[in-house]
Design a protein around this ligand. Structure first.
Ligand code: TYM
Length: 334
């Protein structure tokens, strides 16, 4: 039966502590999809080093991201959970695909354009090539569906273009992946500047909620979230701060924005903000407790990433060998 299931691949960079955006835009959807699909959930550490990382922090965060996947409800026995650098095929395939990707395509990536403004001349070449590594991640598993937040849509379109180009040159090699971007929660906004997305790389901690933020910190950050002087809970582009809080509440509780508007009609923001804070705490607090338990048992985690890497390696190698053969490399004598 399992062979017939469609394949999902997704990943998160251990480049900073994970935010509510990562949770609502990605992980919460993965949990819902895991029964229906054959899922690969990866901690993409090779991606993280496109910006400077402290080795000890990278190690700690890689394990923490994995623990968060599991604590949020990704069942290790049902899914392939692994660490990207444990499967060398990702780096190898990325090199090959680099030779089928145009500079023009990579230069058009908006995330690269934004980041290159921040880093100037000393921007790493890895940051430029990063979407190719992401394409390799996805294509190696013959992935059908990629559940991500809306900021990854452009990278996914590039992965599709690269796959189609390679298939066109050498005959069917890759499944062409589709994005899976949820109706709500695909773009959680910054709490201080609600016109940009919530990001773990933001300097002001009041801009984001971390999955591991203590409850009192979460409550404080929500109460400080920027709103407006309209004084009505309305799901409107003219009130981006309030709209974002409605989105967060709606994604967590399943209520529609309309239901939320009606509930708080004529009440101002105090009770509404209080309820948003409580909803987030109610969602994250049990996860935080489990993360701590999981991190206390390193051999449990080690077992999961060991098994995960073995399963991932098997599938990834199959695709990589196919690519090498089609390109014209001589198979290594064994
Ligand atoms: P990353 O690590 O920046 O983010 C991980 C996931 O979280 C989503 N996300 C958000 N969703 C809603 N609102 C937000 N504010 C928000 N911020 C982040 C992202 O869309 C993403 O789904 N390149 C990827 C990681 C990656 C990957 C892959 C993903 C590498 N290889 C293969 C899918 C498939 C990244 O940097 O995501």
């Amino acid at each position: 039966m399992d062979e017939k299931k469609k394949v999902i691949f997704s990943g998160i960079q251990p480049s900073g502590q994970l935010t509510l955006g990562n949770y609502l835009g990605a992980i919460k959807n993965w949990v819902k999809l895991q029964d229906e699909y054959d899922c690969y959930f990866c901690v993409v550490d090779l991606h993280a080093i496109t910006v400077k990382q402290e080795p000890k922090d990278l190690r700690a965060r890689t394990l923490e991201v994995m623990a968060i996947y599991i604590a949020a409800g990704i069942v290790p026995e049902k899914n392939t959970i692994f660490i990207q650098s444990h499967v060398p095929a990702h780096s190898e395939a990325a090199w090959l695909l680099n030779c089928y990707t145009y500079m023009g395509e990579l230069s058009r990536m908006t995330q690269f354009k934004d980041k290159s403004q921040r880093y100037g001349e000393s921007i790493a070449a890895g940051l430029y090539n990063y979407p190719v590594l992401m394409a390799a991640d996805i294509l190696l598993y013959q992935t059908d569906l990629v559940p991500v937040g809306s900021d990854q849509k452009q990278h996914l379109e590039l992965a599709r273009d690269i796959a189609q180009r390679f298939n066109g040159l050498y005959s069917e090699t890759f499944v062409i992946p589709e994005p899976y971007i949820a109706q709500t929660g695909a773009k959680i906004m910054d709490l201080q500047t609600p016109t940009k997305k919530m990001s773990k790389s933001e300097d002001n901690p009041n801009s984001y909620i971390l999955i591991m933020d203590p409850p009192e910190v979460i409550r404080k950050k929500v109460s400080r979230a920027v709103t407006d002087s309209v004084g009505e809970v309305r799901y409107s582009d003219e009130q981006p701060g309030v709209k974002n809080l409605i989105t967060i509440l709606s994604t967590i509780t399943g209520q529609t924005p309309k239901e939320i508007e009606n509930k708080y009609a004529g009440q101002g923001y105090a009770q509404f903000k209080n309820d948003v804070g409580e909803a987030i705490v109610g969602e994250l607090e049990p996860i935080q407790k489990k993360v701590k338990e999981i991190l206390a048992d390193k051999s449990y985690l080690e077992n999961i990433y060991k098994t995960g890497a073995q399963k991932a390696e098997y599938s990834a190698r199959k695709t990589l060998s196919k690519m090498q053969r089609k390109i014209g490399f001589i198979p290594a004598a064994r």
